[in-house]
Design a binder for this molecule. Structure first.
Ligand code: G3I
Length: 322
C-alpha cells in the first residue's frame, strides 16, 4: 500500500506526520486514517497542549485535551510532537498582566515544569517557544517579552531541558522558510544569543503555511536550511499546508499545489538535518484556513471527503523514487 510515513522512512526521513485536533477525535472515518501509523508516523495536538488549555487560570493545570491526543500516539506508537509551551497566542489573559521580570520568570517556570513534566517521556519534540518575531524581524511585544526581553526564550529552553531532557527542544515559527528575510536573520541572531547564554536548543521548526503558486522554491527552502543547519542539530517542517487563494480550484490549480508540496518534501529529503514533515491536519475538513482566510482553502493533502489529492500521490512518488 502507498502510505506517507512508510515511504517517507524508506526515503530517509524520521517521520511524516499530521496535526490532530480534539473535535476530530470522535470522527471514526477521520481517525482510521489519523491512527494509521504507516500513513502518519507522528502526530501533533493542534490545540490541546497550548497554555489556554493547560493552565487557563494560574496554577490550575488541565490536561484533558492534550492527553486525548497524546493517548492516541501512546496507543498507536506514533511519535508525538508536543506543541507548544510559550506562545503569545492562545495565552490566557491572566498571563498578560503587568508582571515584572521575576514574576514572569516564575510564571514561565511553573508552567513549563508542570506541562512538560506531565508529558515527560512522551514527546519526541517540544515546540518550546513559538512565534517570537514579527515578520519584520522585531521581537513580538508579548507579555513574556515585555517582562523579560529575550531572556524569556533562554529561560524557557533551560527549564524545558531540565524538565524533560529526552525531548528535542525546538524554536518554531512561520515565514522563516524562504531564504532570506529579516525574520530568518532575527531567528538566527536569537538562537546564537540564547545558546551563548546557555540555552539548549535542538531544533528549528519551520511551520510552512503557504499559498499555491507563491510558495518557496526548493532552492529557497534549502538555502534557509543550510543557514539553520549551522546552528542546531535538527530541522523540521512542522505545520505544512498550501492553500488555494481562489476557490473552486481547477485541475491545473491542484497540479500546481502538488508541485508546491514537492518543493517542500524534496528540500527536506536533500537536507541532512531535516528529520521530518508534519502537515497542519491532513484533510480540508478540519483545516484552520477557511476560518482565518475566508474564501481560501483546500490546503491539505486529502479533501473534505477524505479523498487523496494529486499532491498526495506526487509525494508518494517522490518518496518512492528517492
Ligand atoms: O475553544 C473555543 C470554543 O470553545 C469555541 O466554541 C470556538 C468558537 O470559535 O472557538 C474555540 O477556540 C478556537 C480554537 O482554535 C480551538 O478550536 C479558536 O476560536 C480558534 O482561533 C483556534 O484556532 C487555532 C489557531 O491555532 C489559534 O491561533 C487553530 O485551531 C490551530 O490550528 C492554529 O494552529 C496554529 C499553530 O498552533 C501555530 N502556528 C499557526 C497555526 C495556524 O494558525
Amino acid at each position: 500500500a502507498c502510505q506517507l510515513d512508510k515511504w517517507a522512512k524508506a526515503a530517509g526521513l524520521k517521520y511524516f506526520g499530521t496535526a490532530v485536533d480534539n473535535p476530530s477525535l470522535s470522527n471514526q472515518g477521520y481517525m482510521k486514517i489519523a491512527r494509521d501509523k504507516d500513513e502518519f508516523g507522528q502526530i501533533t495536538p493542534a490545540n490541546g497542549q497550548k497554555w489556554s488549555n493547560t493552565e487557563s487560570s494560574q496554577g490550575r493545570f488541565g490536561y484533558g485535551s492534550g492527553d486525548a491526543i497524546a493517548n492516541v500516539a501512546k496507543q498507536t506508537g506514533q511519535l508525538l510532537r508536543c506543541h507548544t509551551l510559550v506562545w503569545y497566542n492562545q495565552l490566557p489573559s491572566w498571563v498578560s498582566s503587568n508582571y515584572n521580570k521575576d514574576q514572569m520568570q516564575r510564571i514561565i517556570t511553573t508552567h513549563i515544569q508542570n506541562v512538560a513534566g506531565h508529558y515527560k517521556g512522551q514527546c519526541y519534540a517540544w515546540d518550546v517557544v513559538n512565534e517570537a518575531f514579527e515578520d519584520d524581524g522585531k521581537f513580538r511585544q508579548s507579555a513574556m517579552y515585555r517582562a523579560m526581553g529575550v531572556d524569556y526564550i533562554t529561560h524557557s529552553f533551560k527549564v524545558a531541558s531540565q524538565t524533560d531532557p529526552g525531548a528535542k527542544l525546538y524554536y518554531n515559527d512561520f515565514n522563516i522558510e524562504r531564504c532570506c528575510n529579516a525574520k530568518i536573520n532575527a531567528t538566527i541572531a536569537m538562537i546564537k544569543t540564547i545558546k551563548a547564554a546557555g540555552a539548549p536548543v535542538d531544533g528549528i521548526g519551520m511551520q510552512g503555511h503557504s499559498r499555491v503558486g507563491k510558495s518557496p522554491s526548493k532552492k529557497e527552502l534549502m538555502d534557509t536550511m543550510a543557514r539553520f543547519s549551522e546552528l542546531v542539530s535538527e530541522l523540521a517542517y512542522t505545520e505544512i499546508d498550501i492553500r488555494h487563494t481562489k476557490l473552486p480550484t481547477s485541475a491545473a490549480d491542484r497540479e500546481q499545489q502538488a508541485k508546491d508540496y514537492l518543493d517542500v518534501v524534496a528540500a527536506c529529503l536533500e537536507t541532512p538535518k531535516c528529520v521530518g514533515i508534519t502537515i497542519w491536519d491532513y484533510t480540508d475538513q478540519y483545516s484552520w484556513i477557511p476560518g482565518q482566510y475566508p474564501g481560501e482553502g483546500e490546503a491539505c493533502l486529502f479533501d473534505k471527503s477524505l479523498n487523496k489529492k494529486p499532491a498526495y500521490t506526487s509525494i508518494i512518488s517522490l518518496f518512492q523514487s528517492a
